[in-house]
Write a protein that binds this ligand. Structure first.
Ligand SMILES: *Cc1c(COP(=O)(O)O)cnc(C)c1O
Length: 395
């Protein structure tokens, strides 16, 4: 059985999104910037997509800027707020320790340019505390950027409360909502969000397309220079087909959000319930504040990568926070941020499921994981030491 359980990494393009985009890859290929009527159809499609995306977020269409994805939207939001702040002598930026690297690395670059960055601790439950944010805010704070939902452990932050606090202090607030869009209700007005990033491929649109919402009055800095597309704020001929697909996918996800959630939650809960029976395992992040589909657990005495390779042999696509793509052996910065010891963080597993998964697939995962964990523990010198009492169990 093949089981795709890595929806936080990317999702399958939906039939709705594919059908919506196909005409723009075939007959309707005009450049939206061209003046003849043939290109008007592409221009109109862009406008319609902008209205759809705006409606899903309760934004105004003029507040939506299409980008190449979540990373670019994060970069542009953060750099824009930093430049705007610097012009007023404000060079302090606040974020958290468990953001996506698109946020953390952008902040690190600004730090080298002379900005001061405060990264808030995240509590063991995977949720940032409002009082920590309040204590970190300074006279010269130019931006607060805190993710809506974490991509590794799925915990959701108190976005409306953070928004209200920032608005009261007149500090721009950006949220990376890539893991939330299409999966949770988002209302940029009610939540007092000034800027927000989304990415199509996390909700069944193709890769390489995303959007930045920037509230009217936010001054954006260009990341990509060139033509006057996106009201002069993001140059480059628009990815019309991708944008149309993203709008269709977002609308579909938002319309079916309740029923998708109702389908995903029992599958997720069964995974948690059954995999928790493995001795010396731990669920990462509070289940109280959680996106529907993300399951993150640690199993003591094993390496996450070995687990992934063996799951792959069993047809299961999953992910682990540890030993990332860079080839380094560092465990996930997210798991360390919520206070897990290195040894424990190394044995992590992320299963991210969606509405395309079935209970049969969940049962396959449940039937497979415990045996692999046991097999790996039997080979593990660390597990041997734990068994002999030569080192203490940490979970
Ligand atoms: C996937 C992801 C991104 C990056 O989006 P891309 O479209 O792949 O650039 C940013 N933030 C979070 C939380 C993500 O999960």
């Amino acid at each position: 059985m093949f089981v795709y359980a890595d929806n936080a990494a990317t999702t399958q393009v939906s039939k709705t999104a594919l059908d919506a985009m196909l005409p723009y890859l075939t007959e309707i290929y005009g450049n939206p910037s061209s003046l003849y009527s043939f290109a008007q159809k592409a221009t109109e499609a862009l406008q319609e997509a902008r209205e759809t995306v705006a409606a899903c977020l309760n934004a105004d269409p003029r507040e939506i800027y299409f980008t190449s994805g979540g990373s670019e939207a994060d970069n542009q939001a953060i750099v824009s707020a930093a430049r705007l702040g610097a012009r007023k002598g404000k060079k302090h930026l606040i974020s958290t320790k468990f953001e996506h690297h698109a946020v953390l690395h952008t902040l690190a670059r600004l730090e080298k340019e002379g900005f001061e960055v405060t990264l808030l601790d995240v509590h063991e439950d995977g949720v940032v505390r409002l009082e920590d944010l309040e204590a970190a805010i300074r006279e010269d704070t130019a931006l607060v950027t805190i993710m809506f939902a974490n991509n590794e452990i799925g915990t959701v932050q108190p976005i409306a409360e953070i928004g209200a606090l920032c608005r009261a202090r007149k500090i721009p607030f950006h949220t990376d909502a890539v893991q939330a869009a299409g999966h949770m209700a988002i209302d940029v007005k009610a939540m007092n969000i000034d800027m927000l990033s989304i990415s199509g491929h996390k909700f069944h649109a193709p890769k390489g397309v995303g959007a930045l919402y920037a509230r009217k009055g936010m001054v954006l800095t260009n990341i990509i220079e060139g033509g006057a597309q996106e009201r002069g704020k993001r140059a480059g001929t628009e990815n019309v087909a991708g944008i149309v697909a993203m709008a269709a996918a977002l609308k579909e996800s938002c319309v079916h959000m309740e029923e998708n959630t109702a389908k995903i939650i029992p599958m997720r809960d069964k995974l948690f319930a059954e995999l928790s029976k493995i001795p010396h395992s731990k669920i990462n992040g509070s289940l109280e504040h959680h996106v529907p589909g993300t399951v993150n657990m640690c199993f003591e005495g094993i390496e996450g990568e070995s687990l992934l390779l063996m799951l792959d042999d069993a047809g299961i696509c999953a992910s682990s926070g540890s030993a990332c793509t860079s080839g380094s052996l560092d465990p996930s910065h997210v798991l360390l941020a919520i206070g897990l010891p290195h040894e424990v963080a190394h044995g992590s597993l992320r299963l991210s499921i969606g509405e395309y998964n079935t209970m049969d697939q969940i049962d396959h995962i449940i039937a497979t994981v415990p045996g692999i964990v046991q097999y790996l523990r039997n080979m593990s010198p660390v597990w041997d030491e734990l068994q002999k009492g030569e080192r203490p169990h940490l979970i």
